[in-house]
Design a protein around this ligand. Structure first.
Ligand SMILES: [Zn+2]
Length: 115
């Protein structure tokens, strides 16, 4: 699953960073995720990826990315109008295309360490 690969990459980078900083305890990690990702899958992936690492006890905060939810013409985005593969949203009312840059991204916002 896509979520696992994304989470694993972040976990590896964080573990490396903590090791370089003298292994302080990681208290809280805050991510923003794109609309093609599922929160439940991300949480599950986080649990698996952090098991047995310095990140296992950290609190995970997930926040959905704010994708364009409304077209200039007033039409509201519906999930069935989103072309996730192309990262585009096609407005059914005016046929305007809206790119969704963050659609597949998992972005690290903040990593809070002890001390
Ligand atoms: Zn429109």
């Amino acid at each position: 699953m896509h979520e696992y690969a994304l989470v694993q990459a972040h976990v590896d980078a964080l573990n490396e960073r903590l090791a370089q900083e003298g292994s302080p305890a990681l208290l809280r990690v805050h991510f923003r995720y794109g609309p093609t990702l599922m929160e439940a899958a991300l949480r599950q992936a986080w649990e698996v990826a952090t098991q047995g690492t310095a990140l296992a006890e950290a609190q995970l905060a997930l926040e959905p990315a704010i994708a364009p939810t409304r077209c200039d013409c007033g039409q509201v985005m519906r999930s069935e109008d989103v072309d996730f593969a192309a990262h585009l949203w096609l407005c059914p009312a005016c046929e305007r295309l809206h790119p969704i840059d963050e659609a597949r991204d998992l972005q690290l916002i903040e990593a809070e360490v002890d001390g």
